[in-house]
Design a protein around this ligand. Sequence first.
Ligand code: NDP
Length: 289
Amino acid sequence: MNKLSKLNYKAELVGVFGHPVDENPTIIMQEAAFRALNLNWRYLTIEVFPADLEDAIKGIRAFNMRGINLTIPHKVEVLKYLDEVTHDAQLMGAVNTVYRRDNQLIGTNTDGKGFLTSLNLDAKIDPRGKKVVILGAGGAARAISVELSLAGVKEITIVNRSPKRGEELVNLLREKTPVNAHYEPWTSAFPLPSPVDILVNATSIGLFPNTSQKPNIQYDTIRPNLVVCDVIPNPPHTQFLQEAEKRGAKTLDGLGMLVYQGAIGFKLWTGLDAPVKIMKKALSKEFGV
Ligand code: NDP
């Protein structure tokens, strides 16, 4: 056989559409996973302006891409350009991962599942029957609160600066899931109710480069039996988690959520189990931890 007939120069393509997208670190963990499994796949970090999203989605089909991640500001807008959207992503009204099946583009949301997996595997917590306080009502808070509700938490309190966003999320949880949900305004240092089992920072407070910031809560209301979680992946060891550690609480950083949500996408795209440890190691090295 001619040696050239064995060669295949074509890579399979996935990636992320966002604006801004320069600092999105997903390429680091996905390409580490492709290398580890010897896959000729590439993860492209692509700047897509809001007005170009429809054309960019057509581009997935035109370039025969295997899928895409969506980040700010495309997670909601993308729904109208897809062939199908999974049930939980419909509930959240947001898609962060698109994959192909029989030439159909299917949208799903892996953020909340990534958080749940990290809660189960890294913190060894089963959320069923628990009382949860979530700071924030944006995309991450929506994904986490919907998945926690579907997983059987008993009560969720949403604490958010903008009442409109907070109340909208609570209404969604009450109407579409079995959880007992409440909204609390966030105008001054928030005291944690008692009893509470899990506290989640799902705001962007503390994200690089604003690493000295922390959510405005009454930190002396943190008890040692509380599980305190942060969605911020960079830096993983946020001021918020450091305050919780000082008070003896168990903590969970945002790195695990990032890796596990990406691992679900990896499996949907490639059909293979993601090398989670390798992905986490690559990201930790990138973030200098
Ligand atoms: P959104 O912009 O949708 O929501 C941001 C939320 O933070 C809102 O609730 C907003 O309140 C609140 N907020 C921001 N600044 C302040 C402030 N100074 N005081 C009080 N509240 C504030 O962003 P996302 O939900 O998409 O992302 C939030 C964070 O989650 C980001 O840092 C992102 O990096 C992280 N993330 C992590 C993931 C992971 O895998 N680890 C996955 C996805 C996101 P308001 O409504 O009042 O504006």
